[in-house]
Structure formats: structure tokens, C-alpha cells
Design a protein around this ligand. Structure first.
Ligand code: FAD
Length: 490
């Protein structure tokens, strides 16, 4: 038995379902990663040749290759269209099966189906496994055997299933070491090595300056940093100026750490009094991640349309006016400091704090009247941790069009959000130093500051910081009108 292990968004050599099963089933396991031109070419065509994610993957692949070699195997790296490359390579190597982990995104599912049927033509098997989530697809269902569309009962059922198995079974790592001797070094025909970032057509970004460490080692360092803080997560997670969250999302995105490792650490911490509450909140966030993968799997239409169809009737702003509002939002020039600072954080680092993702999403749709899909697309280009399932889930939650979304009449007030979650303006000052001289009272809404305070702080509204694009109270009224089409049909 010979097989080929295809790495995709699971760039690690430990606790890896497909790798585990491939090593168990076969005497010789070759490993491959494809820099997929079906994904990369559209970025290049759009002129986006500096992408932190590509650099992150590239660096993670270097580490992955080194670790596979250390275990006695190696990594074949290709740069072409994966849907053709995988069947071709499988034929060249004469393997019996290709092993991989489940992907839940519509396009990836289509690609995998294509690969599976191309393999079948030559009598080769396609074998795929659950790896990226704790529970997937139909594993958590309602009493009526339907997928959940409301989070809290889903989470309760998720926790119940975990507890029923005593947490041990579903959180168990998939061992690699036992059969690691089955790893096969790449045959000479494939010894082309790892192409440089430049050979892929991409430039270096500021990833290293940001101290975002890629690969398994980067993930392990973040986890080590986070675990002593997990107990405080519940209190700190909403404040963007505080180091509250784990910052592990990019690693979960590319699988440089396994979800089982994280869920297991959180689950074990549930029994440690001092840290239990924080661990429960964090585990709940990991459950949201499973939830949105499950939603995308069962309702792939959410990638284009509202989860709740009546929300497709909403008329969003359009034309040149909408374009200019959208550009101001993208560039952090709305005149609302917390919104602008958040967008600058995204543009400069590829990360945005969860509280701020909710604030800027709400602002785009419910203050500026712009279609959630525009914001979702912008995030997809910028976020290091961009993940179709979670991003779409987050946007449709804020748009009120999603499963279990916030009600449409709940509209974040960008000023009170700022006063509450960045009370002393620390986060704002980090990204908008031109506002640093304002008092904590007025930094959230500079246009309400007395003229002498603005003067002393060196701020000329409309010159070195924008006037607010809209007045929140008026925008709120317009939004309630805009959403009234939904009220009528629901
Ligand atoms: P932590 O607070 O440490 O959370 C741990 C992990 O739990 C995260 O890494 C993530 O995998 C998961 N998680 C946390 N919150 C959520 C959530 N609401 N939904 C799903 N998973 C969650 N997350 C992404 O991973 N990719 C995205 O593209 C993405 N887009 C978003 C868009 C919007 C509009 C909103 C409101 C949220 C989005 N999120 C997304 C969820 C969340 O903001 C990020 O997961 C989180 O900020 C990442 O930081 P962290 O790793 O420090 O999170």
C-alpha cells in the first residue's frame, strides 16, 4: 500500500487525522503541499501580490518540510492547479489512495469532488477525514434530527456530547509517531524544493515586523503565552487595548495547531476553579467556530445570500455615494475614532479584535447603509485569519440576516461602544496618534469637543482628522426604515 497525504489547511505533523490514518493504512506515505494557482492567481490578477497569508503559509511550509524530514519523510511542494496536480502526482507516484482532511467551503468541496473523481478513473481512492473541528456536519443535531440554527442549544448539545464521551474520545490527539516510519522521502523526480515567495509571484510583507510567528512553533508559543491568561479571558476579551484573546485564529486557519489541542486544554481547565470561568467562555468561542462550519456545510447559500431569505429584500445604498462611504470606511476615515482605529489595525496588521469586528461591521451596514457583502469581501482580502465560515457568520450576525443573529433593531452606537470598551482611548491613541491630545471624555467623538480643546490638541477637523461621515442618530432612523421590509415579511 502506498498513499499520498495532501496538506491543505492543516500544516502540522502532530495530531493530524488524515496523516494518522494514512500512516496506519499504508507502508509508504508521500506528503504534498500545492501552492494552488486557482487560489493564488486571482490575487495576483487583482494586483494583490503582497499578502500576509501567502507569506505565513510559505514560512509554515518551510517548517513543515523540515519536521517531516526529521521524521524520516519529506514534503513534495508544487505550484500549479491542485485539482489537476493531485491526480497527476498520484499517478506518477503510483499510490493507491490520496488522504486528506474535510473542508467545508463550497469551492473546496467542489475541488475535492473533482479530484476524487479523477482519482477514481485510475482506480485510486480518495479518503478524507474530520480534522478541523470537534464536531462536524450531522454530528450535533436537534431532537428532530435537524441541524441547529440557534447557537445556545447547539452549544449545550455540543458540550453534552463531549461530556458523554468524558471529553476523552473527541479531544484525543491522532498520534503520528507510532507509524512515522511509514513516511516516505520524496522520490528524486519531485525533488524540486520549495519555491521562493518571489517565484510564487509574491512580495514580502510586514508579517515579521508584526512579530506574527508562523508555523507550529509560532502557534505553540502563542498557546503558551495564552494559557496563564485563560482564566481572565471572560473579563478581558472585550477590550481591544488589553492583551485578552489568544491571537491563535491565524494558526487555527492554517492548522499549525490542532483544534483538539486547544479544546482539550480549555476543557481540562474547566475543572480548575480559578480559571474555570474564563476557560468556559473561551471554549464557547471555539464552539462558535464549529457552529459556523456546520452552518456553511448545511447552508452553502450563505456565501452569496442572507441565511434568512427575507433579508435579501433590503435595499442598500448604491452608486458613487455608496462607493465613497465604503472607501472612507476601508481607509479608516469615517470620523468615528474607534471605527477608524479598528480599520487601521486591520489594514496595518491583518488582525482586528473581535469586539471591533462587530463594531465596524455594524457601522458599515447600520450607520452607512452599505451591503454586508462589501464588508465581508474587504475582510476576506485583509484578515490573516480569514475563514469563509466564521467571517460570513460574523457579518451575517451583525447584519441581523444570519442564523441566530442579533435583532435588526439592535444597532451598536459607535460612541457608547467606544466609551465602554476603550474608555481611556488607549487603543484609539495607538492607531490615531493625531488624536492623542484629546481628553478621555472627547476622544470618542472629537466633533463634540470644545474648540479650545481641539485647538490645544492640534486637531483641525476636516483637515488632520475627518468630520463624522454621518450622524449616528439619523443613520439609525434610516436603518430602521431600511430594515422595515424585513419586519413586514417576518
Ligand atoms: P480568541 O478570542 O482567542 O478566540 C479563540 C478562537 O475561537 C479564535 O481563534 C477563533 O478560531 C474562534 N472564535 C472566536 N470567536 C469566534 C466567532 N465569533 N466565530 C467563530 N469563531 C470564533 N474569525 C475567524 O477566524 N476568521 C474570520 O474571518 C472571522 N471574521 C469575522 C468577521 C466578523 C464581522 C466578526 C464579528 C467576527 C469574525 N471572526 C472571524 C470571529 C472572531 O472575531 C475571531 O475569531 C477572533 O477575533 C480571532 O482572534 P483570537 O484568535 O485572538 O480569538
Amino acid at each position: 500500500e502506498k498513499s499520498l497525504l495532501w496538506f491543505r489547511r492543516d500544516l502540522r505533523v502532530f495530531d493530524h487525522a488524515a496523516l494518522h490514518y494514512a500512516l496506519k493504512a499504508s507502508q509508504q506515505v508521500f506528503c504534498v503541499f500545492v501552492f494552488d494557482t486557482d487560489i493564488l492567481q486571482p490575487l495576483l490578477d487583482a494586483g494583490l501580490n503582497a499578502d500576509r497569508r501567502v507569506e505565513f503559509i510559505h514560512a509554515s511550509i518551510i517548517e513543515l518540510e523540515r519536521e517531516l524530514r526529521r521524521l524520516g519523510g519529506g514534503l513534495i511542494v508544487r505550484h500549479s492547479a491542485a485539482r489537476h496536480e493531485i491526480p497527476r502526482l498520484a499517478a506518477q507516484l503510483g499510490v493507491d489512495a490520496v488522504f486528506s482532511n474535510h473542508d467545508y467551503e463550497p469551492q473546496a468541496k467542489q475541488r475535492d469532488a473533482e479530484v476524487a473523481s479523477a482519482l477514481a478513473v485510475d482506480g485510486r481512492q480518495w479518503r478524507s477525514f474530520k480534522d478541523h473541528v470537534i464536531f462536524e456536519r450531522d454530528e450535533i443535531l436537534t431532537l428532530a434530527n435537524q441541524p441547529f440554527s440557534v447557537f445556545t442549544p447547539y452549544k449545550n448539545a455540543w458540550m453534552k456530547r463531549l461530556a458523554a464521551a468524558d471529553g476523552a474520545f473527541f479531544l484525543k490527539p491522532y498520534p503520528i509517531e507510532t507509524h512515522a516510519s511509514h513516511l516516505a522521502p520524496p522520490p528524486t523526480l519531485s525533488a524540486a524544493g520549495i519555491p521562493s515567495l518571489a517565484a510564487l509571484g509574491f512580495e514580502k510583507t510586514n508579517l515579521l515586523d508584526l512579530k506574527i510567528a508562523p508555523g507550529m512553533s509560532g502557534a505553540a508559543a502563542l498557546l503558551e503565552d495564552f494559557m496563564p491568561r485563560i482564566g481572565q479571558y471572560g473579563q478581558t476579551r472585550d477590550f481591544p487595548a488589553i492583551k485578552g484573546p489568544s491571537y491563535l485564529s491565524v494558526h487555527l486557519r492554517f492548522g499549525t495547531i490542532s483544534i483538539r489541542t486547544l479544546a482539550r486544554m480549555a476543557y481540562q481547565t474547566l475543572h480548575q476553579d480559578a480559571a474555570a470561568t474564563g476557560a468556559a467562555v473561551w471554549l464557547s468561542e471555539l464552539t462558535w467556530r464549529d457552529f459556523y462550519f456546520m452552518i456553511l456545510h448545511h447552508h452553502p447559500h450563505v456565501a452569496q445570500r442572507a441565511f434568512k431569505p427575507d433579508y435579501d429584500a433590503i435595499q442598500w445604498e448604491s452608486g458613487a455615494h455608496a462607493d465613497s462611504l465604503f472607501r472612507a470606511w476601508c481607509n479608516g476615515r469615517t470620523g468615528y475614532p474607534l471605527v477608524d482605529a479598528a480599520m487601521l489595525q486591520l489594514n496595518q496588521s491583518g488582525y482586528m479584535h473581535n469586539r471591533l469586528r462587530m463594531v465596524v461591521a455594524s457601522f458599515l451596514m447600520k450607520d452607512l447603509g452599505i451591503d454586508w457583502r462589501w464588508g465581508e469581501h474587504y475582510f476576506s482580502l485583509k484578515l490573516n485569519d480569514f475563514d469563509l465560515a466564521a467571517n460570513n457568520g460574523g457579518w451575517q450576525w451583525a447584519a441581523s440576516s444570519g442564523c441566530d443573529a442579533q435583532p435588526y433593531f439592535r444597532i451598536f452606537n459607535p460612541i457608547t461602544q467606544s466609551e465602554k470598551f476603550d474608555a481611556d482611548g488607549k487603543f484609539i491613541r495607538r492607531y490615531l496618534p493625531q488624536l492623542a491630545g484629546l481628553s478621555n471624555k472627547h476622544i470618542h467623538a472629537p466633533w463634540l469637543a470644545p474648540t479650545n480643546e481641539l485647538g490645544k490638541a492640534g486637531i483641525k477637523l476636516g483637515e488632520n482628522y475627518p468630520l463624522p461621515l454621518v450622524q449616528h442618530d439619523e443613520a439609525r432612523k434610516l436603518t430602521l426604515q431600511r430594515y422595515s421590509v424585513v419586519k413586514r415579511v417576518t
